[in-house]
Design a protein around this ligand. Structure first.
Ligand code: FAD
Length: 386
């Protein structure tokens, strides 16, 4: 039987996309959205880019449609603390319960913290608009910023901060930025961008200690004993799915909420979407958790169609099978990536300047990366095979 009421946990891109898909697919019952943050859904990609640079205002981040358009019930500023599936109830931190015939989990991911340094003043992570505002307030010209981690967020923060006049050093454990994600040759290309923008990149070295004076960060001590004086530290060492609140729910948790290709979890009428979900991916052919903006829009459409089908079986085409895609804006260029890497792919440049590289497995293109070449990127993206 098709549910008559839906509770969505997580009031961000995947949660709002779920509500939108429900209305677009004809559901007219009550939809409640629970959110830990006090804010209506807002867009995160600008937090490390234009918003951090002060180039756009808070209102421009807003993702919410006009209230009357979707007729949603909001419970904001209070996190869910437990899921009680037999009762169809989500328990909130204030002791109240929200019931629904179906529950969609969209609690995203939370930034990993640097052990021992998380509470120090001047040490930040970047996941929420409040984080971005706290960092932005510190990025004055001449400030010494150490960014820990040369992943996407680290690179974007470093690039934005350097443009604002900060003195930026990035510390990365791996030999090149994003080598584990994009491969070493492309990581080397990215390293060149750091140098060209006056950002010092220290690779193959870790953080031994974050030194403090009177409760405020004073320096970052590296594992090779070098000391980097710093007024601000931004830790960009990845994110972990925000699923701790689901302990004891009976869901299968394994680097996110495991679900089938229709985003159905092991519990009836419970679905997971966005950064917190790890579905059987129809295209990659394996359980795949994505922290990509586009996945947080695409997956809810699939989940809602399964939710409204009720017990009726879907076809494989109804499952989630979009080619993974993300972009990143750093050091004045746009990086676009599509596909899925398992390791050991052969990398071939199909354009040198601007760079477009195709990753091949058994002679077939399985992924493509482009730096500032959307047209060629689009052409190769259409040719990718799983
Ligand atoms: P989230 O956006 O993480 O939202 C989850 C929401 O659930 C949050 O509001 C959280 O507070 C809430 N929540 C958590 N726990 C609970 C609970 N127990 N109860 C209630 N609510 C809860 N992707 C790209 O493809 N390209 C980019 O350039 C890019 N840039 C990014 C820059 C930054 C700074 C960040 C942080 C992300 C970026 N991303 C980018 C990733 C993209 O923003 C995410 O993939 C997307 O936000 C995922 O949406 P989501 O709704 O699944 O999760």
């Amino acid at each position: 039987m098709s549910p008559r009421s839906v509770v969505v946990v997580g009031a961000s891109l995947a949660g709002l996309s779920t509500a939108r898909a429900l209305r677009q697919q004809g559901f007219d019952g009550p939809v409640t959205i629970i959110g830990a943050e006090p804010w209506r859904p807002y867009d995160r990609p600008p937090l490390s880019k234009a918003y951090l640079a002060g180039a756009v205002d808070r209102a421009s981040l807003d993702l919410s449609p006009p209230e009357e358009e979707l007729e949603l019930r909001w419970r904001l500023g209070v996190p869910a603390v437990a899921l009680d599936p037999p009762a169809g109830a989500v328990r909130l931190a204030d002791g109240s319960k929200v019931r629904g015939d179906a529950v969609v989990i969209a609690t995203g991911a939370a930034a990993r913290k640097l052990p021992g340094a998380a509470r120090l003043r001047g040490v930040h992570t970047l996941r929420t608009v409040d984080d971005a505002e706290a960092v932005r307030a510190r990025l004055l010209p001449g400030v010494r910023l150490v960014v820990v981690g040369a992943g996407f967020i680290g690179a974007e923060v470093a690039s934005t901060a350097a443009a604002l006049g900060a003195e930026v050093t990035v510390v990365e454990l791996q030999p090149v930025p994003l080598g584990g994600v994009l491969g070493v040759p492309l990581g080397r290309e990215l390293a060149r961008l750091y140098a060209a923008h006056g950002v010092a990149l220290l690779t193959g070295v870790g953080v031994a200690e974050v030194r403090q004076r009177a409760g405020r960060v004073d320096a970052v001590v590296l594992t090779d004993s070098r000391v980097l004086p710093a007024e601000v530290v931004v830790v960009g060492i990845g994110a972990r799915p925000a699923v701790d609140w689901l302990a004891g729910s009976g869901l299968r948790i394994d680097d996110g909420v495991r679900c089938d290709a229709a985003m159905r979890t092991v519990l009836p009428n419970v679905f997971a979407v966005g950064d917190c979900a790890r579905p059987e991916h129809g295209w990659t052919g394996e359980p795949t958790r994505l922290e990509h903006w586009t996945a947080a829009i695409e997956q809810p459409v699939v989940a809602v169609s399964a939710l409204l089908r009720g017990d009726a079986a879907g076809t494989p085409e109804d499952g989630y099978r979009a080619v993974p895609y993300f972009w990143s804006d750093q050091f004045g260029v746009r990086l676009q990536f599509a596909g899925h890497l398992r390791g050991g792919e052969h990398v071939r440049a199909v354009s040198a300047e601007p760079l477009v590289a195709v990753y091949e497995r058994l002679g077939e293109p399985v992924a493509v990366l482009a730096i500032d070449h959307p047209r060629l990127f689009g052409r190769w993206r259409r040719l990718l095979v799983p």
